[in-house]
Design a protein around this ligand. Structure first.
Ligand code: NAP
Length: 248
């Protein structure tokens, strides 16, 4: 018996990294999972294969969650396939780092669209089903950079801070409808996103982490499972998973 038997989940951006680990952990607990991705079909197929190899149920859907139409289709196809939707994990995200004075409008807009507008698109589509069934869990992946700021990351930091306001406000609106809305703030997790950080900067970052190492995607995924399986009285919160680099 899994803790999420019979539940249906969408994990945006689960072809790799943190999203992939979340999809796998949710499926291991018995949830049927929609793996979403934008362009990495091979990565999504790998996530799918790993879930199916352990007897889990999953499908993969390519959809740009920065498009309202595609996000709607993602939700509709999931419901058509599995019959309902209980869990939405807003995980997809990108970086376009540059000092603000050199950040062009495209770098700003791309990050706002992929990291923030996607929350409106996916959550707005999913919420109507959750409100009707009076049950649901929404977890969005913010970042320590949204709490503490990040050099060269004004665009990214702005979206990640906005996710926290989104989470608290939506939690207020849905609290009486059996729907929890929470955010997770990872610190520095070993994924392709962090691999893009120059090695000398990464060494400086590691030296600032009290635990002295990067986090693992699975360490974030286990907190997502907790919020979806064991936390009916937790809503509007942010959970820090950061090896102690930011406390508060
Ligand atoms: P990653 O390895 O770069 O993976 C990003 C995932 O998002 C991929 O599956 C990618 O799919 C998908 N994606 C990006 N844009 C998309 C779009 N418009 N539509 C659909 N899917 C899209 O990143 P990660 O490190 O796992 O990060 C996952 C989340 O955690 C992000 O929100 C990130 O900001 C947050 N986070 C990460 C860290 C960290 O240290 N890694 C720390 C704090 C927060 P394709 O490859 O197909 O485009």
């Amino acid at each position: 018996m899994g803790r999420l038997d019979g539940q249906v989940a969408i994990v945006t951006g689960s072809s790799k990294g943190i999203g992939k680990a979340i999809a796998i952990e949710l499926a291991l607990e018995g949830a049927s999972v929609t793996i979403n991705y934008k362009s990495d079909t091979a990565g999504a197929e790998e996530t799918l294969a790993q879930i199916r190899a352990t007897g889990g149920k999953a499908i993969a859907i390519a959809a740009d969650v920065g498009s309202n139409e595609e996000a709607k289709t993602l939700v509709e196809k999931t419901i058509a396939e599995f019959g309902k939707l209980d869990i939405l994990i807003n995980n997809a995200g990108i970086t376009r780092d540059k000092s603000f004075k050199n950040m062009n409008e495209q770098m700003w807009l791309e990050v706002i669209n992929a990291n923030l507008n996607s929350l409106y698109y996916c959550t707005h589509s999913a919420l109507q089903y959750m409100l009707n069934q009076k049950h649901g869990h929404i977890v969005s992946i913010s970042s320590v950079i949204g709490q503490a700021g990040g050099f060269g990351q004004v665009n990214y930091s702005a979206t990640k801070a906005a996710i926290l306001g989104f989470t608290r406000s939506l939690a207020l609106e849905t609290a009486k409808s059996g729907i929890t809305v929470n955010a997770i703030c990872p610190g520095f997790i070993a994924t392709e996103m962090v691999a893009a950080v120059p090695e000398d900067r990464l060494d400086l970052i590691k030296a600032r982490i009290p635990m002295g190492r990067l986090g693992k995607s699975e360490e974030v995924a286990r907190a997502v499972v907790f919020l979806c399986a064991d936390a009916d009285y937790i809503t509007g919160q942010e959970i820090n998973i950061n090896g102690g680099i930011h406390m508060g």
